[in-house]
Design a protein around this ligand. Structure first.
Ligand SMILES: [Zn+2]
Ligand SMILES: [Zn+2]
Length: 383
């Protein structure tokens, strides 16, 4: 499930200062506080979401990581199951309004929940663009820098983004350039005054009389651009990287949208991945297993040496610590699990048959018993 943008959750701009973020959080925390919203699942989710967003955005380091890499940048910042109550460090911040804050939190964190998407109306902003990027396990293991060609709406060269043929604009007469107008409505309770976006200039405060012929007054045109994307090592399917301010420019100026680079993982021929751990099978011969040996297992960009003890059974799983994938923004590494499977030899030569017949004399006297059930072995693999 896609996580919502933390700034969107708090309803603040990307460049908001600490005070603004704190105020926004306080407002939401009061509005959605469980004490005021008994048995209201939606409010509960909003409350949790606000706390998580505040935890990240109020922390300089976490915020910087989030700004650069999106939610992927916070992998490893919280516990395994993502953000939980133990990660929240601000429960004392507003103890003046929330008595018994701690226990209320405790009851709600831990379980997953739905996160709804909501559009945050605000300043004129260009559209976010989405790029799909497929990465091999090697690229994921090492991190990669890629140049991607993308079609974006960028500043119109002909009018320099003004949307005006002659570069001239006129201040909107209806709102006096404010972009907003007061509306007075008659209601049961008397006159109600509201402030609305100016219908004449659509909030821009300016009116273009002579529109640019190239962009038809929009101030932007479709352009092809090469952008550079740096993917940190350890990303995984479903994560995305946010390139702030690299998306479409807003019509006639304003804030640029972002580019969201969505990560997809190419299936590997030999390796399976689960989190930062890697799993693969490796064939060994009957004699390697019986006599013991050393095998060399290729794993992405490394060759891993594994000592096979004499008497190794087919299906045995070897765990190699820290030989898995790196994790985003963390020095922790996943582990590698290699399951060895004995391959029965085929197409035997006469010589081989002769030797095995001799060996069979001993084998026939062997009393075979199952040491472990298939199911136990299977469970061991994922331990
Ligand atoms: Zn133009
Ligand atoms: Zn106006």
């Amino acid at each position: 499930m896609a996580k919502r943008d933390y700034y969107e959750v708090l309803g603040v701009e990307k460049n908001s200062d600490d005070d603004t973020i704190k105020r926004a959080y306080r407002k939401l925390a009061m509005k959605y506080h469980p004490d005021k919203n008994k048995d209201n699942k939606e409010a509960e989710e909003k409350f949790k979401e606000a706390c998580e967003a505040y935890e990240v955005l109020s922390d300089k380091d976490k915020r910087a990581r989030y700004d650069q890499y999106g939610h992927a940048g916070l992998e490893g910042a919280f516990g395994n199951g993502g953000f939980s109550w133990n990660d929240f460090t601000h429960q004392g911040d507003f103890s003046d309004i929330f008595g018994g804050f701690d226990s209320i939190f405790e009851a709600f964190f831990g379980g997953g929940g739905s996160r709804r998407s909501r559009h945050n109306p605000g300043q004129m902003k260009g559209e976010d663009l989405r790029i799909e990027m497929s990465l091999s396990l090697k690229e994921i293991a090492e991190g990669v820098s890629k140049t991607v060609k993308i079609n974006i709406k960028d500043t119109c060269q002909a009018c320099n983004g003004t949307g005006s043929q002659d570069g001239k604009t006129k201040t909107c007469t209806q709102c006096g350039g404010q972009g907003q107008v007061r509306q007075v409505r008659q209601s049961l309770f008397g006159h109600v005054q509201t402030i609305v976006t100016c219908p004449s200039c659509k909030g821009e405060g300016k009116i273009i009389e002579n529109k640019c012929s190239v962009c038809k007054g929009e101030g932007r045109t479709p352009q092809s651009k090469n952008i550079n994307v740096n993917i940190p090592a350890g990303v995984s399917e479903g994560q995305y990287i946010r390139l702030r301010g690299e998306g479409n420019v807003a019509p006639r100026g304003g804030i640029r949208g972002d580019i969201l680079v969505h990560i997809h993982e190419k299936e590997d021929e030999y390796l399976k991945r689960e989190g930062a751990n890697l799993y693969r099978e490796f064939p060994i011969t009957f004699t390697q297993a019986a006599l013991g040996s050393e095998i060399i297992v290729p794993v992405i960009n490394k060759k891993i040496k594994i000592k096979i003890p004499a008497g190794t059974q087919s299906g045995k799983v070897f765990k190699l610590n820290n030989q898995g994938l790196p994790q985003v923004n963390s020095s922790l590494m996943g582990d590698l699990f290699v399951q060895v499977n004995i391959v029965t030899p085929t197409n035997l030569s006469q010589e081989e048959v002769r030797i095995l017949e001799q060996f069979k004399v001993f084998d026939d006297k062997r009393d075979l018993k199952m040491e472990k059930s298939f199911f136990d072995k299977f469970k061991d693999m994922f331990r």
